[in-house]
Design a binder for this molecule. Sequence first.
Ligand code: MRU
Length: 346
Amino acid sequence: MHDIRTLEFSNGSLQLIDQRKLPLSRELYICSTYEEVEFAIRDMVVRGAPAIGATAAYGVYLAAAAYQEFPHEAFFSKLREACHVLIKARPTAVNLRWAVRRMLALAESSSALTPPQIAERLLAEAKAIQQEDVDTNRRMGSHGNTLIPPKANILTHCNTGTLATAGWGTALGVVRSAVEAGKEVFIYADETRPRLQGGRLTAWELVQEGIPAKLIADSTAAFLMQQGKIDLIVVGADRIASNGDTSNKIGTYMLSVLAKEHGVPFYVVAPVSTIDYEIECGGESPIEERSREELSHVGTCQIAPDGIEVYNPAFDITPHSYISAIVTEYGVARPPFTQSLATFQS
Ligand code: MRU
């Protein structure tokens, strides 16, 4: 049963599943202003690159609706300011910038209309972005399914499912598509320190779907590979450079090195909106650093001593040479990625 609604727009506001509260409590977080949308992204009420892109699109609409009584010039000035604020909410996931730019481009190309008419168009565009994401994930699922052998033991990292997207998922979407196609799979889900998106969110989705799985500590992955118990690894991406270097949840790079050492295929699954053709290699990708509390505390409980300094990058960069294939909605790209990814550029 697949009834998780990561984001839903109704009655003039955006309803998000509050992912900070899962799995212990299922609560909605309501955004009626773009500032609330910005906070929801920054504080990780909603997270996962495609999900925050679709969420930000509604943020642009909410800004337009708030300023629609302003004169034309002031309306555009406020709208651009809101777009700037939204893009900065989280720096690594490029889908955020992609979605906001798409919304702003539509507004600017509609400048002959009145602000209320532009706002109306923006709402339709945000809904289109949300729906397209579900369709894109389904297409990636079909392409990715061709890479899954029968009875595969699959390792995954972070949360890349319905909660990280508008629906279905990227890497976890491939797993869903394999299950839908009747394949028997077994999932090992990394807990994904420090925010525990694997332990809290992926585990929750797997239980909801009844997909056979075990939750493991991040440090167990190497031992499993050494024992030959992993057939492939599938992960998502927050930003892919033109050469295939992939920024994704911290710990992804470590898995890719282990995969190479143990001869395990390592697949990245992401929509073309995650490819940043403006950068050539991963070193140019901004890497978000998050708060000290994510490491010094578990929930409200302090586990590290006062006075210890913390280094907490939320993402790392997997060099393209460690990646076996990148699955997009247009098909499976193989190395050399500079050439294969270029064919998807519009
Ligand atoms: O910090 P998060 O939870 O937003 O990080 C999410 C990831 O790293 C995912 O792997 C990535 O966004 C792709 S998932 C569709």
